[in-house]
Ligand binder design. Structure first.
Ligand code: ATP
Ligand code: MG
Length: 415
């Protein structure tokens, strides 16, 4: 206990992962890692904190994350550091720092904790976790299709694809976007009186953001706003058509949603979200798009990239069945003299990769109770008389059946 004798709590917006929560969490990450590997993605890890400029530049200084959500602090050496709010900027920084800009494309898988100062609610935390996939250094729509296809394959492997829809849009190339921006400024200027304060502030600087607004009043104005499609250049429209062909070919269903614009400053062409109606307001489980200029912001060459990030907590909540708790073998010595032999049996089982445990104390009854409590599938009971004959009692804790088994055969029987 601390001085005031009050139990300390986790920080607001953070959670402990124990038992089923941890199993769900690990299952999401393990599954994503395995599927991403089949697509040829290599896992990277970068530091949890970075020079604040990595994110201030990386996300663009008008993004919500940078303006309102970053955990930034000055360290003892006077440097401004930030706990990463997302993975992409750090990955692009790492591409440059590690001299990999000449070895493109790089296909990166990422998993880890992220930090945002947000209002905590179901599916929204201050420390949360993302899985993330990026192709750095490819301008081909085939890369977009592969990245999206990998996301879809992960959702399928998790058994949640049936609850999720891919919403797809394009933001076109620079020329398309400039024309679209002008059309948006004209439209929103005519409806200024109905826009939220936030959106008014974005009107000149970044009108695309208004399309993304969660404000109800804004949403009504946005409903009739022009979409980008009339403003796409021929090349941008061709890119988008190619991507749709590829997605159809690899069997990823999607529906077009011209309101998907994504929050960051560097997006171009593809923008997409996998959304669900199962999680209330926190309906986006996975979001991403194509971006340019980010690697340049980190001091590297112009590098076209495509990627996505998904919230592990939101995916964990969507899992229908929690992964089952592991069921091991309980080794139960009867009497002190049997304990040494029991240690040998434990070593042999563990050496063969079998989950095995022995209570640290207790008589036969106590030990059997514990075996049941930890959900052991079997108990290996070692009595002194049996030990003398080189055998053990093997009890199936599911059926209750018990049989005598030579100790030398335990590993084969339980493996
Ligand atoms: P939202 O609109 O829900 O705030 P976002 O656009 O900020 O999402 P991204 O930056 O694209 O989200 O992050 C990708 C994914 O990470 C989201 O789709 C979501 O699943 C997850 N995510 C984002 N912020 C949080 C958070 N605070 N807590 C839990 N998961 C989050
Ligand atoms: Mg957000």
């Amino acid at each position: 206990m601390n001085k005031e004798n009050v139990a300390l709590q986790p920080v607001r917006g953070t959670r402990d992962l124990i038992g089923e929560d941890q199993r769900r969490h690990a299952h999401v990450i393990d599954t994503a890692r395995r599927v991403a590997a089949t697509y040829g993605f290599d896992e990277w890890s970068t530091p949890v904190f970075e020079d604040t400029r990595v994110f201030a530049r990386g996300l663009g200084d008008t993004s919500d994350v940078v303006m309102k959500e970053m955990y930034s602090f000055t360290d003892r050496g006077g440097e401004s550091l930030t706990l990463r709010p997302e993975a992409t900027a750090g990955v692009c920084r790492a591409l440059v720092s590690n001299g990999l800009t000449q070895s493109l494309p790089q296909k990166v898988f990422y998993a880890g904790p992220m930090f945002r100062y947000e209002r905590p609610q179901k599916g929204r935390y201050r420390q949360f976790h993302q899985i993330d996939v990026e192709v750095l250094g490819s301008a081909e729509p085939l890369a977009d299709a592969e990245v999206i296809g990998c996301g879809w394959a992960i959702l399928q492997a998790l058994g949640v694809a049936k609850d999720v829809v891919l919403e797809l849009n394009t933001l076109g190339d620079r020329e398309s976007r400039d024309a679209y921006r002008a059309a948006l400024v004209a439209y929103f200027s005519a409806h200024k009186d109905k826009l939220s304060e936030d959106s008014l502030a974005r009107l000149e600087r970044n009108p695309l953001r208004i399309v993304d607004s969660k404000d109800e009043g804004d949403k009504r104005v946005v409903a009739d706003a022009p979409t980008i499609h009339a403003h796409l250049t021929e090349a941008a429209a061709a890119f988008y058509a190619k991507l749709q062909d590829h997605l159809a070919r690899i069997g990823v269903p999607f529906r077009e949603n011209p309101r998907i614009v994504r929050g960051l400053d560097y997006y171009s062409h593809t923008a997409f979200e996998f959304v669900t109606s199962q999680l209330g307001a926190q309906g986006t489980v996975l979001g991403g798009g194509r971006y340019e200029g980010l690697v340049e912001e980190m001091g590297g060459p112009h590098t076209p990239c495509i990627g996505w990030a998904a919230g592990v907590e939101r995916l964990s909540m969507l899992l229908a069945e929690p992964p089952p708790a592991p069921r091991g073998v309980a080794v139960v010595p009867v009497g002190e003299a049997a304990e040494a032999a029991a240690l040998d049996v434990l070593q042999a089982l563990r050496g063969a990769g079998i989950r095995a445990e022995m209570a640290y104390r207790g008589n036969l009854k106590r030990r059997m109770e514990r075996a049941n409590r930890i959900g052991a599938r079997a108990a290996v009971i070692l009595g002194e008389a049996e030990l003398a004959r080189g055998v053990a009692q093997l009890k199936d804790l599911g059926t209750g059946e018990q049989a005598e088994v030579p100790i030398a055969e335990l590993v084969a029987k339980l493996g």
